[in-house]
Write a protein that binds this ligand. Sequence first.
Ligand SMILES: C[S@@+](CC[C@H](N)C(=O)[O-])C[C@H]1O[C@@H](n2cnc3c(N)ncnc32)[C@H](O)[C@@H]1O
Length: 304
Amino acid sequence: MNESVYHIPALLSQSINALDINPAGTYVDVTYGGGGHSRAILAQLTTGHLYAFDQDTDALDRATPDPRLTLIHGNFRYLRNFLRYEGVMPGQVEGLLGDLGVSFHHFDDTDRGFSFRWPEAPLDMRMNRGAGASARTLLETMSEDALADMLKLYGELPQARRMAARIVAARQSGSLATAGDLIAAVSPVINPRQEKKELAQVFQALRITVNDEMSALRQMLTQALDMLAPGGRLAIITYHSLEDRIVKNFMKTGNFEGHAEKDFYGRNLAKMKLLTAKPVTPDAEEIATNPRSRSAKLRVAEKI
Ligand SMILES: C[S@@+](CC[C@H](N)C(=O)[O-])C[C@H]1O[C@@H](n2cnc3c(N)ncnc32)[C@H](O)[C@@H]1O
């Protein structure tokens, strides 16, 4: 393990200000991580309460106990059920924050396979090590077409088909156990002028698939709308164009395709008001001190 900083939160003040916190209100952080955003929410609560989710026990194990904080080890795709279990009913949440994807800890952990920087690591990539199939299992069982689609869609790699063929050849020779094996498989079709960028895209595509991130996001957003009180705020930080599109469409129209729904008289049926016409992004100073924040995009909406 190469542990320095667990995580540095992106767009911290912008996202917390966007929640317009009521000190006595009920709040949810669906991605606790290193707890940076959660601590900033807690700093504004008096009698209010914060429910914080993470599917990785590494994150929750480090949290400082606080009577105003309830930690939930679970996937945010089951948001409504977990909150109901804690006694929080639909319509009671005044603000929900999501800071999607993985933490620095995931990339910097030398044993979990999230980064091409640690070639010895087994290809796991599950945020919740107790559930689902590992990256290795997926690479060994997905069809060549499905591998190519994954690399194209989530990695935006133009040579996705050739990479998929290389992965299939590697697994046939029985050598796809570690991050280094994956790197060796795809390297011949990587553009040497942007080797790091493309390897990061390969690993990102696989991670998104292993953790079923797009589907979990859709499920969480639908339930978040149900759990929010009228006037409650939804603030979501994304790091990938596909997840940003899902969030943008949902906040604008209440569906993931972005089709405005109107009633018989042509009146807008949107259940949320988008408060950020354009996404909020880190300024040059934040990017300089925290380069990993550079792709962050914050969108905020208010339940009508
Ligand atoms: C970008 S980090 C959050 C960082 C956090 N905002 C902070 O200030 O330190 C994302 C965290 O969300 C968790 N996570 C990602 N997807 C999740 C899901 N579907 N359910 C629960 N936790 C999830 C990851 O394990 C990771 O710890």
